[in-house]
Design a protein around this ligand. Structure first.
Ligand SMILES: Nc1nc2c(ncn2[C@@H]2O[C@H](COP(=O)(O)OP(=O)(O)O)[C@@H](O)[C@H]2O)c(=O)[nH]1
Ligand SMILES: [Mg+2]
Length: 301
């Protein structure tokens, strides 16, 4: 069995090759001076770490190394520690209340990995009684996709006719889950960002209806982000925060992108919990977010 850390490191290889390669290029050429620090900051920004986080990391790094000679591995280690410090506040465990059902609203733009993340999470929490609600009623394929995950996990999927009212479906699905005494209900939603006003309106309506069905719900509003969208992910956080009040993040597709540094930017700017990271399409390709592991993997350490 390959360890989580080595899978994470393998997934982040494109990101770490880019960042690690750029850092190596900078430091084999000359000693650390102001120009080198600038280049290092640029390398971080080029890896989607974001301006503010990069400035903070380099600021800390500059004061720590204070005229000492440092080797390349030591430099990477120091950077990894500074990155981990930014990520640490976002490392939180996704927890559920004993009082059932816990309602998890999964939101995000099309393709961000919502449906897949629901399938993976249902598997992670397979010791609990779970049902799914196919709230992405816009595309028939979306309902089918969720049903496949339902079959894989051997759990029920509550769905309606294609194009039916998503909020109404959620209300009925939650009543059913309450009757069934489910521990957790995951609600899949549509993410048509092309029509922002409609999306926002629909999500707000879903939240209202969810609260009507179960006053303490939703217990989690998880925003899925596709790491490959880079800095644009931050705009998505703001749009969805306004629409549905994001309580935590799942950052998907960290495998196969060179933009893994965006997680540092997201952590720095939003401080939202990052519960899980997606590192592949399979049922097991969802890892708990660990700040130290992520930082060392990002630097290829
Ligand atoms: N490589 C990779 N692919 C992913 C990951 N998560 C989801 N996908 C794929 O991305 C595509 C869109 O995912 P989907 O769950 O349908 O997104 P949704 O539109 O937000 O529901 C699908 O082909 C998934 O298999 C991930 O972590 N890594
Ligand atoms: Mg979907």
């Amino acid at each position: 069995m390959v360890s989580w850390l080595s899978r994470l490191t393998a997934g982040l290889k494109k990101s770490s090759d880019k960042l690690g390669g750029n850092i190596a290029d900078i430091f084999t050429k000359r000693r650390i001076d102001a120009a080198t620090l600038d280049e290092l900051e640029e390398a971080l920004i080029a890896s989607d770490v974001g301006y503010a986080a990069a400035a903070e990391i380099i600021g800390n790094f500059a004061s720590q190394r204070a005229n000492k000679d440092v080797s390349l591995p030591e430099i990477k280690q120091m950077l990894a520690e500074n990155i981990a410090a930014i990520l640490k506040p976002c490392e939180k465990k996704l927890e559920f209340k004993a009082a059932a059902p816990n309602v998890v609203l999964m939101i995000g733009v099309n393709g961000a990995g919502k449906t897949t993340a629901i399938g993976k999470l249902a598997h992670k929490f397979k010791d609990k009684k779970i049902s799914l609600i196919a709230g992405d009623t816009f595309r028939a394929a979306a309902v089918e996709q969720l049903k496949i995950w339902g079959e894989r996990n051997q759990i029920p999927v509550f769905s309606g006719a294609s194009g039916c009212d998503a909020a109404g479906l959620c209300f009925d699905g939650l009543k059913k889950a309450t009757d069934r005494q489910d521990d957790i209900v995951f609600i899949d939603t549509a993410g048509r960002l092309q029509n922002k006003a409609n999306l926002t309106e629909e999500l707000k309506k879903i939240v209202r209806v969810v609260q009507k069905a179960i006053p303490s719900a939703p217990h989690h509003v998880l925003l899925c982000l596709d790491a490959a969208t880079g800095q644009n992910a931050l705009d998505q956080v703001n749009v969805f925060k306004e629409a549905a009040g994001v309580s935590g993040l799942i950052v998907n597709k960290l495998d196969g992108t060179a933009k893994g540094g965006v997680l540092v930017s997201i952590a720095h700017e939003t401080k939202l919990p990052v519960y899980y990271i997606g590192i592949g399409e399979k049922i097991d390709d969802l890892a708990e977010f660990k700040a130290d592991d992520f930082a060392t993997s990002l630097l290829g350490l």
